[in-house]
Design a protein around this ligand. Structure first.
Ligand code: BOM
Length: 141
């Protein structure tokens, strides 16, 4: 659900600042992680892919080959309110997207493609959060 994904985005986004240095993702490209879900934000920068790898590694959500760790991702999403349905969907969606871009060798370039694919799928499915929903979650931190 969009509710669960707002929580996950708010929590996952906490790792962004720690990952700016090594990923090279500037504030001009992405000021805060919540804007990932904005209509106006295009998920195209290789640096964002590098940042997603770094952020995922802090939470053990990826394997060494920069592919999703299915069990850990499932359990992570399950930890948020209303996470039951989302955890299944999200693992399926990301896995479907991974298969689509499996031929891209560069990890950062591939991961940003997978993330863009996931954004499209989540929007189609109606589980993509509005930026305002994420802001509401962040206010309670
Ligand atoms: O093969 C790469 C798999 C990793 C993809 C990670 C996709 C994350 C998309 C960005 C949206 C994040 C929203 C919530 C974070 C939960 C992890």
């Amino acid at each position: 659900t969009a509710e669960a994904l707002s929580h996950a985005t708010a929590d996952f986004g906490m790792a962004l600042e720690e990952c700016r240095g090594e990923s090279g993702l500037t504030k001009e490209t992405m000021d805060e992680f919540k804007i990932f879900w904005s209509e106006d934000f295009e998920v195209v920068h290789r640096e964002l892919g590098c940042a997603l790898i770094c952020m995922s590694n802090k939470l053990a959500l990826m394997h060494d080959d920069a592919r999703m760790h299915h069990t850990n991702m499932h359990d992570y999403i399950l930890s948020f309110p209303e996470g039951e349905l989302l955890s299944k969907k999200m693992v399926q969606m990301i896995h479907t997207c991974e298969k689509q871009y499996d031929d891209i060798e560069d990890d950062c370039s591939r991961v940003v493609k997978v993330a863009a694919c996931f954004k499209v799928m989540a929007k189609e499915d109606g589980i993509a959060p509005e930026v305002t929903m994420i802001e509401a979650v962040l206010e309670k931190y």
